[in-house]
Design a protein around this ligand. Structure first.
Ligand SMILES: [Zn+2]
Ligand SMILES: [Zn+2]
Length: 310
């Protein structure tokens, strides 16, 4: 997942994203622009979930944007195109996974469209989630995903937490989700500094959460703020997270990120994580689903000449 937050007002819309990308095992990280602007439609697209899906959808979105008369038509046509891209990706991935003898599914993904609706004469926002068949959901007010823990998460995130928290919290999951659902709804940030505060709260509550809390989402890199008005779209970098040193180490603790593998094990043995508790999976299939065992794959002890990173 990635940090996305936005609010659509009558005369403008604002969107923030972070720029950090990572493989699902957090072994490798990178940065990207997560927003695709469509200035001729006074609109922008952001996506969350599978980067492979996002890339393909953006190609399709540019095609759709050429043919749509306005943002309303674009939003109306989007679900069919999203479903098409999703099924094509699934078919291609299946073939690839079968060829490599592994099983993997596409990470559930959400696409958000924010733009000016000539029909409603205001900026509007929609969400389309793969786990809801890309049915459109109109999103009013501030929408932040992942949400910090001092405000009510959106319905889609609550739905997802309801799905995966029981595996982590057991009987406590229902109560935890209900408590999150009772949190206050916060007004949308107005000034850039208020968007930065929101981004920092998400990093604090969700990126620094314990790996096994069920709330963990890596958030990092830069915070980019895009402001849409009719006939004008601007994107600015408004904050840069400290992705080095102890701050970053805390976010990655317990993950397969090389920095985390090399750091002191949390069991206080004095040994490196990779030579201590992580060694328990040395001979097991690597979590990155390469088909190799961990010791010969994503372990920092592995012979890197044999597993050259593309
Ligand atoms: Zn240990
Ligand atoms: Zn691996």
């Amino acid at each position: 997942m990635t940090l996305i937050a936005f609010a659509a007002h009558a005369d403008r819309a604002e969107i923030i994203t972070d720029t950090l990308t990572y493989t699902h095992t957090a072994t490798r990280m990178g940065h990207t622009s997560k927003l695709l602007p469509l200035p001729h439609l006074d609109a922008a697209i952001v996506a969350q979930g599978s980067t492979g899906f996002e890339r393909r959808w953006h190609m399709q979105a540019l095609y759709l944007a050429q043919h749509a008369a306005d943002f309303d038509e674009f939003a109306r046509e989007a679900p069919a195109h999203l479903a098409h891209v999703w099924s094509e990706l699934g078919i291609d991935l299946d073939a690839e996974n079968i060829a490599h003898g592994r099983s993997a599914t596409v990470t559930p993904s959400v696409v958000f469209l924010v733009g000016y609706s000539p029909q409603r004469q205001r900026f509007v926002a929609y969400g389309f989630a793969s786990d809801h068949g890309f049915a459109p959901t109109k999103l009013d007010g501030l929408y932040a995903m992942p949400s910090p823990l001092d405000r009510r998460p959106g319905d889609l995130e609550l739905h997802r937490l309801r799905g995966h928290l029981p595996a982590v919290l057991g009987d406590q999951a229902d109560r935890a989700v209900a408590a999150l659902g009772r949190l206050p709804i916060q007004p949308a940030p107005r000034r850039p500094e208020e968007w930065v505060d929101l981004a920092k709260a998400v990093r604090r509550d969700r990126a620094m959460a314990d790996l096994y809390s069920g709330l963990k989402t890596y958030v990092g890199g830069d915070v980019m703020l895009t402001a849409l008005r009719r006939g004008e779209s601007t994107t600015r970098r408004i904050h840069t997270f400290n992705d080095s040193g102890s701050d970053f180490a805390r976010m990655m603790a317990g993950s397969l990120h090389p920095m985390s593998q090399a750091s002191a094990c949390e069991c206080d043995s004095g040994r490196r994580f990779v030579d201590c508790c992580l060694a328990a999976i040395a001979d097991e299939p690597c979590p990155c689903q390469s088909g190799k065992v961990f010791a010969a794959c994503c372990s920092i002890n592995a012979d890197m000449s044999a597993t050259a990173v593309a």
